[in-house]
Ligand binder design. Structure first.
Ligand code: AMP
Ligand code: MG
Length: 472
């Protein structure tokens, strides 16, 4: 049986300036690792037999209707503008419309060099492919907007990073791969026709109700403000919030050295390349605003009345911090069981977080335990929790269903970094059982799955992963 994808491509119809036509570069010995049946159903994809799928998702044989392209973009990396990035190791096969009516991109990541590879080899190794597979699917199950993973294959080739590593290709699915950096590249080059075309395309594809480029800016502000608040509420640290990794559709994209926090501390950083802590946990809202300002700067280039555009764009960007705060407070209120908006809620939440940081409390387990007797055990000094809980219990008396609210807001399972690392180590040895187990458990993160309680445990001292390498 051959794999069938009903492609309906629009990006490949845009002018040549938007991309380079680039076929994936075949690999030696493709072997299927995983195929996401649920996602395939949503995408109305008919799976083929395993060998056929391995060939297709390794890029060795293009499914009918695919029109592979590498997309152009640029972006600010750690605050520095890089005038040309683009898909250096990915190709967009095309788009398909799901049973939900949503159009999505299907992209191979790790599929070989492209005109945008610069000095890179165009490849990915197994570790980051499995990390992205597990973490993006976990994010989806947690209810956080994200790109998704359709398939992972081994290539049978070696890639060289810190040492020789097994190569792999991830098939990624996204509402689109439009980034802030996609706008920046045309704005920076003064290619205003392309910029206008891109703006129209983005509006039509993602925000058909948006009125012009400032309407688009508002819509992206709203989507990003929602997304980043959700990251904060599950303790997620993206690690590389460069403008090229900031999705116009408001999805989490480009999983690199990302991680979920174990012990709560606002300054937590995992990425080994983030030496200044620019993308630390608590900086993420500010960075999202900074990124939106870069989008605003780009969009303004195409406006006839620049002065009016600057004024409107400034107002939109300046309104984002407050929006983020509101979204954040709504989510954190739910995490402590509150649905009614009362004065003092913000202080209650921030007081708990302060005590969690001082008490080295585990972020996920503390919130999950709030309704039970075990919450206080999460703190080095349980009395610190007790004194907070006194005021909290008094506040809860005015809430109808706080236990249910908390159970729906506080996951039992997150992809803990040490488990992700252990899973990768096992896979490199050919053992995919931990990978499949993580996927199965993380598909239901809000359900207590008692047989898998070990996956809730924070890392022991010797298991803590301090840095996640970008060696992607
Ligand atoms: P990322 O950090 O994955 O968002 O990548 C940043 C930029 O570097 C993008 O333009 C990527 O396409 C490019 N890139 C990353 N790794 C490679 C690689 N192994 N080969 C070629 N380009 C790469
Ligand atoms: Mg990227």
């Amino acid at each position: 049986m051959t794999l069938t994808i009903h492609f309906d491509n629009t990006y490949a119809r845009l002018p040549d300036a938007f991309f380079a036509r680039q076929a994936p570069v075949p690999v030696r010995a493709p072997k299927m690792i995983a195929f996401n049946d649920d996602l395939a159903k949503l995408l109305q994809i008919t799976p083929g037999d395993v060998q056929d799928m391995a060939q297709a998702f390794a890029g060795n044989r293009l499914p009918t209707g695919a029109e592979p392209i590498a997309q152009l973009y640029s972006g600010h990396q750690f605050g520095q503008y890089n005038p040309q990035l683009g898909d250096g190791r990915a190709v967009l096969l095309g788009e398909t419309v799901g049973t939900d009516g949503v159009r999505r991109d299907i992209q191979l990541k790790g599929s070989g060099p492209t005109p945008f590879s610069r000095r890179g080899d165009g490849r990915a190794w197994l570790g980051p492919v499995l990390r992205e597979y597990v973490v993006s699917e976990a994010m989806h199950a947690l209810g956080v907007p994200t790109t998704r993973a359709l398939a992972a294959v081994e290539t049978g080739e070696t890639v060289f990073r810190e040492g020789p590593m097994p190569g792999a290709v991830l098939t990624r699915v996204a509402s689109s791969h439009l980034r802030v950096g996609t706008f920046q590249v045309f704005a920076a080059r003064g290619q205003l026709d392309s910029l206008r075309r891109l703006t129209e395309y983005a509006i039509a594809r993602h925000y058909p109700e948006a009125d012009g480029s400032m309407g688009l800016l508002r819509a992206v502000r709203d989507a990003q403000a929602k997304l980043i608040a959700q990251w904060m509420s599950v303790g997620f640290i993206h690690g590389v919030m460069n403008t090229d990794n900031c999705s116009i559709a408001g999805e989490t994209i480009d999983y690199g050295p990302c991680a979920f926090m174990d012990t709560y501390h606002p300054n937590t950083v995992y990425s080994s390349i983030d030496r200044m802590g620019r993308y630390a946990y608590s900086n993420q809202p500010d960075i999202a605003v900074w990124n939106l300002a870069q989008l605003a700067t780009s969009l303004i280039q195409q406006m006839d009345d620049k002065e009016a555009a600057v004024e409107e764009a400034t107002e939109i960007v300046h309104s984002m911090p407050e929006l983020l705060r509101q979204n954040w407070l709504t989510l954190f209120r739910a995490k402590i069981g509150l649905t009614i908006d009362e004065d003092g809620d913000l202080e209650l939440v921030t007081d708990l977080l302060k005590r969690m940081a001082e008490g080295q409390a585990d972020f996920t387990n503390t919130f999950r335990a709030l309704g039970s007797d075990t919450a206080r055990d999460q703190f080095v000094d349980p009395a610190s929790y007790d004194s907070w809980a006194e005021g909290w219990r008094a506040r809860l008396e005015r809430e109808a269903q706080p236990i249910d609210v908390m159970a729906a807001a506080n996951p039992a399972f997150i992809p803990r970094n040490h488990r992700v690392e252990q899973m990768i180590q096992a896979a490199v040895q050919g053992d995919y059982a931990p990978f499949h187990r993580l996927n199965a458990v993380l598909a239901r993160p809000y359900d207590d799955q008692d047989d898998d309680a070990d996956l809730k445990r924070p890392p022991a001292k010797n298991e803590v992963v301090h840095a996640t390498f970008c060696g992607t």
